[in-house]
Design a protein around this ligand. Structure first.
Ligand code: HAM
Length: 423
């Protein structure tokens, strides 16, 4: 027996309606904001991520699925979606089109992390990116879009929005220096990760989860106190729009995000119902990435939600999306009726109904049992007599009522009943 690779999961047919619910909601909400889907390759040249995501990040230094292809080029399974979208934007000359450029994606992504609840090696994201708008309106639109998505999924009662500003490269440089001055005397007592981040990117020390480091990080200087006038005004602008839109948030100076490309606004939606991996959606502004990848400098903002974490949250909250069950099951009592059932099922499907019929030569009793398992509301019974008459006995499995319905009127009958049931 060959097992599934560690840190990966099957999405089984019995559960897939939950995935579809999340994906359909993502598409519907994206369209409302004018975001169109983009599909980029699962793998890219490794350089895209080391340059784009940043070679001081855990994602790039420890977690990438990188290998040489048969042509000897280093390729990497995407650890996230933002860098690939940026590459596609540049390569396809999309900067020449209408601005702002807005796109979304539903993808799988790969990170070699230690698997635990809510942390997988292959996981799925719904992400959105908006290019070409530098004002706070764009940050606010990305956040209210994310919020609306979570609300339409039905989880906003259990999530909190935390926002922060990590400034621009100019004000952040001053902050990084202040952080180094602050951490320097404690460095010997801090964890290895913190020590290596001290030189490369001391801001990442702020979100260290090690108990031994927390006592220092909690009292560390805050980026918000170092923002330059422009960054401060930008952040105030974002907050004002969120407040006006009725989206409540906490300003949380510990939100610094794990990827290098961010500047100014960063945000996360977290939930206590998720345990240690509590971030269900994260994002922010990244005004330097496109320029860094060779495009003309283009401001950008976006977010991505982890689909598995959303599904965990739905389960934890006992929010159950509707699953479309079979509308009807066509039951043939003998060989000739089974054949008629087969053909009638085809007609009903053409009319848009979901129906099944017997493929195993089962007895009448076994067919009823199977119809019940399918959750079919109506069973259309066909026997010798029904065939002669050109009408079937339609049994409502919920009320046990039954009615005689002409073959030609079956679709309409079931459709009308369904409409009535759905109110
Ligand atoms: P991220 O915070 O690395 O951001 O990932 C976004 C979301 O993906 C997380 O909040 C989490 O729900 C989910 N996720 C991340 N890693 C895992 C994992 N190992 N297992 C399960 N779920 C996971 C980004 O990826 C950015 N590209 C978001 C972005 C888009 N920023 C701007 N635009």
């Amino acid at each position: 027996m060959i097992n599934i690779p560690k840190g990966t999961k099957d999405a089984l047919p019995s559960e897939i309606y939950k995935w579809h619910f999340v994906e359909d909601t993502a598409r519907r909400v994206s369209e409302k904001y004018g975001f169109k889907e983009i599909r980029t390759p699962v793998f890219e040249y490794t350089e895209l991520f080391s340059r784009g995501v940043g070679d001081t990040t855990d994602v790039v230094t420890k977690e990438m699925y990188t290998f040489l292809d048969k042509g000897g080029r280093s390729v990497t399974l995407r650890p996230e979606g933002t860098a690939g979208v940026a590459r596609a934007f540049i390569e396809n000359g999309l900067a020449g089109g209408a601005m702002p450029f807005k796109t979304y994606y539903l993808i799988s992504a790969f990170r070699y992390e230690r698997p635990q609840a809510g942390r997988l090696r292959e996981f799925h994201q719904f992400g959105a990116e908006l290019y070409g708008a530098e004002g706070p309106e764009a940050d606010a639109e990305a956040i209210v879009f994310a919020y609306r998505f979570l609300r339409e999924i039905g989880v906003t009662t259990a999530v909190r929005l935390r926002i922060n500003s990590i400034g621009c490269p100019a004000c952040r440089a001053k902050y990084q220096e202040a952080l180094r001055d602050y951490f320097r005397p404690h460095l010997a007592e801090m964890c290895e990760d913190c020590r290596s981040r001290f030189d490369k990117n001391p801001m990442r020390m702020i979100d260290c989860k090690e108990e031994g480091c927390k006592k220092y990080t909690l009292a560390a200087p805050r980026m918000l106190d170092f923002l330059c006038e422009d960054c401060k005004a930008h952040f105030e602008g974002v907050k004002a729009l969120l407040t006006a839109a009725g989206v409540s948030y906490d300003v949380d100076p510990s939100i610094v995000r794990g990827l290098d490309y961010y500047s100014r606004t960063v945000f996360e939606f977290t939930s206590d119902a998720l345990g240690a991996q509590s971030t269900v959606l994260g994002g922010g502004r990244y005004d330097t990435l496109l320029g860094q990848l060779g495009a003309k400098p283009t401001p950008a903002v976006g977010f991505a939600a982890g689909i598995e974490r959303l599904l965990m949250l739905l389960d934890a909250l006992r929010v159950s999306p509707a699953e479309r069950k079979a509308d009807c099951y066509l039951l043939g009592m003998d060989r000739a009726s089974r054949q008629k059932a087969f053909l009638l099922a085809e007609e009903l499907r053409s009319e848009g109904l979901v129906c099944e019929t017997d493929l195993l030569g089962r007895s009448v009793k076994a067919q009823f049992k199977y119809a019940d398992k399918l959750g079919a509301r109506y069973v259309v019974v066909l026997g010798e007599e029904e065939l002669k008459e050109g009408a079937a006995e339609v049994k409502d499995m919920e009320t046990s009522a039954s009615a005689r319905v002409r073959f030609g009127a079956l679709a309409q009958y079931i459709r009308q009943r369904r409409k009535k049931d759905n109110g």
